[in-house]
Design a protein around this ligand. Structure first.
Ligand code: NFS
Ligand code: SF4
Length: 623
């Protein structure tokens, strides 16, 4: 129907929305419709609930209604506080994920973890060198222990700086120091946001936003970078590998297990446990052909990047996966997991299994995971899924056939390898104009935008214009579904980019991982800037989040801009109630960090803004 076609451009999603209608099952899109019209004060960021004299809401019209909260807070103050509290939420989520990885490395180095090992010793040594940890003649466990303690300490550090932020060009670090936004420690900056936004503390919108930027830098160059780097140490640095995406990766004859959420600490173990011969045997005894583990959202990106495990879908497809009726277990840890899954799983045989003490859900069975007994618990969880196969109602199964092949696994290291060992071929291609610039296109799905359309249209327009695209998160999954993550997709690229892709055998869109792996994009930008002897803000690079929705995305956008990269947002942030804050984000930020945000809901126009920005930067560089 028309309604369904307006909800998503993805054929599998369209089919499943039809199936949901047939079964009279509710999805996020239906709940969104019931929510309309959404609160106008909230949309503009003008509602404050920070103290119990409120809630206060500021009238968006200057001549009618209250212009100040009960404490006297203006629209500018309220909008700025709300915005940076979102940054605190996002930075906390990414960084707590990083902390969990540091914890896993610590236990592994101490010989106390149940099934993990240090897999990438090259990465381990490289990181150890950054921390000036002695590596000569020492075991990987000894080095790992020192490294784990060093990265662990970043979170509670009170003074100094976050080590990985020093990968940024010198000019960038100097600029951060001058602006007072060089973060001292990850937790400290997040806590300071909560303090400053308490009633009656920081009431200067500019000062508030600067603290927001500082905290976001602690995320991108701190917590997220730690999550990425330590994951590589434990599970291996990704290398190009073939994978598959979309709901068609679920199988009729197999026990289907979806690993959904974010931390590879869990999903890696589920993948390993599913190979256990006893469990495979048990699955066969139950009449299944085998065990099929697939991913969803960012943990799906993690296991796809490292093992080529198929990805069932992105954020807005999580309910649809359950509606196939073919999922024995939806296993989740933290972040971007809809509480709606509980009720939905009850309509099917699907077991909704929560695993993190930090994240429990209505209707879920809780099988708590811990690193000390990782493999043992993972086997128990997979066993629960296997047993559940007998309960599948084959008459209720509806799996859309759609799948798309893709090539994933482009870590910074893999990109350098693909270039033949140095960045030079990339630099030359940028200088010659074969590649106009590099874009990082990332972020979520959002019911406010036709599912995947923002992602796919923006990326297509970029590659048509010879922009090499790097991607992570739900954007990566959308783009992979559209077939753009194959070397053959270079046929859709402009002539210059096509030539480069064909010469190197790479797709025009490079999958760099999960959202914490945006730190990989920063690392590449820093390396390119350092090689050219310029700041990141001088490069022909731009970012975009065409369908963003989460607090994590707010933190990401903020650290990308703070790193000097112009960023286009495809959904409107809740800040327009303050002309001052809007002005800071879209204009004044240029004077402070050399980059700013733009908001553009039309993906083609959004791509146009990025291209124009790259052209201007190229001109300034004289290339
Ligand atoms: Ni990123 Fe990943 Fe997707 Fe958005 Fe959620 S899964 S961490 S937040 S919705 S891209
Ligand atoms: Fe109202 Fe001020 Fe309290 Fe916010 S902090 S709810 S604006 S009185």
């Amino acid at each position: 129907s028309e309604k369904i076609l307006n909800r998503s451009v993805d054929p599998a999603t369209q089919k499943m929305l039809g199936r949901a209608e047939e079964l009279d099952l509710e999805t996020a899109w239906d709940r969104y419709e019931k929510m309309l019209p959404q609160c106008g004060f909230g949309e503009l960021g003008l509602c404050c609930r920070i103290c119990n004299m409120g809630p206060c809401r500021i009238s968006p019209f200057e001549d009618t209604g209250p212009q100040k909260g009960i404490c006297g807070a203006t629209a500018d103050i309220i909008v700025a506080r709300n915005l940076i509290r979102m940054i605190a939420g996002g930075a906390a989520a990414h960084s707590d994920h990083g902390r969990d990885l540091a914890h896993t490395l610590l236990l592994t180095a101490q010989g106390k973890s149940g099934g993990y090992e240090i897999k990438d010793e090259i990465k381990l040594s490289a990181l150890a060198r950054e921390y000036r940890i002695e590596t000569q003649g020492r075991s990987k466990e000894d080095i790992g222990l020192d490294l784990a303690e060093s990265v662990y300490a970043e979170f509670g550090k009170q003074e100094g700086f976050v080590q990985f932020s020093r990968r940024a060009p010198k000019k960038r670090v100097e600029l951060w120091k001058k602006a007072g936004i060089d973060p001292r420690g990850i937790d400290r900056e997040i806590v300071e946001i909560m303090h400053r936004t308490h009633i009656g503390v920081d009431n200067d919108p500019v000062n508030l936003i600067l603290q927001g930027l500082k905290t976001s830098i602690a995320d991108g160059w701190g917590g997220s970078a730690i999550a990425t780097e330590i994951s590589d140490v434990l599970f291996g640095t990704p290398e190009p590998v073939r994978s598959m995406v979309n709901l068609g990766v679920l199988k009729h004859e197999h026990v289907n297990i979806i690993a959904h959420g974010h931390e590879p600490v869990l999903s890696e173990m589920i993948v390993a446990a599913a190979h256990d011969p006893k469990l495979v045997e048990q699955a066969k005894a139950c009449g299944a052909a085998g065990i099929n583990v697939v991913g969803m959202c960012c943990t799906g990106n993690e296991i796809s990047m490292r093992h080529g495990i198929p990805i069932a879908g992105n954020f807005l497809q999580q309910e649809l996966a359950v509606i196939t009726g073919a999922v024995e277990a939806m296993i989740v840890d933290v972040q971007c997991i809809m509480p709606a899954l509980g009720d939905l799983c009850e309509c099917f045989h699907t077991k909704f299994i929560s695993t993190s003490p930090k994240a429990k859900f209505p209707g879920a069975i809780h099988m708590e995971f811990n690193e000390e007994h990782a493999m043992e618990i993972a086997k128990e969880i997979v066993g629960t899924a296997v047993e559940n196969y007998a309960n599948r109602n084959k008459g209720k199964v509806f799996i859309p056939e759609d799948t798309t092949d893709c090539m994933v696994g482009f870590s910074a290291e893999a990109i350098v390898k693909a270039l033949g060992g140095t960045l030079d071929p990339l630099l030359d291609a940028i200088k010659s104009g074969a590649i106009k610039g590099i874009a990082g296109v990332v972020g979520c799905n959002n019911v406010k935008i036709k599912h995947d359309e923002g992602h796919v249209e923006l990326v297509k327009e970029l590659i048509r214009n010879n922009v090499l695209v790097t991607t992570t998160g739900c954007n990566a999954i959308a783009v992979a579904k559209a077939g753009l993550m194959l070397p053959e997709a270079s046929a859709q690229a402009g002539e210059g980019l096509r030539g480069v892709c064909q010469a190197l055998g790479i797709p025009p869109v490079l999958h760099m991982g999960s959202c914490v792996d945006i730190s990989r994009i920063l690392t590449v930008c820093a390396a390119v800037a350092n090689a050219l002897g310029v700041d990141i803000s001088d490069l022909p690079v731009a970012g975009a989040a065409p369908e963003w929705m989460s607090e994590k995305a707010v933190s990401i956008g903020s650290y990308v801009v703070s790193s000097g990269i112009f960023t286009v947002l495809g959904t409107v942030p809740q800040v327009l109630g303050s002309p001052l804050v809007t002005q800071i984000l879209t204009k004044t930020a240029n004077d402070v960090v050399g980059a700013a945000f733009a908001v553009e809901t039309d993906p083609i126009k959004g791509a146009g803004l990025m291209i124009a920005h790259m052209d201007a930067k190229r001109k300034a560089l004289g290339i």
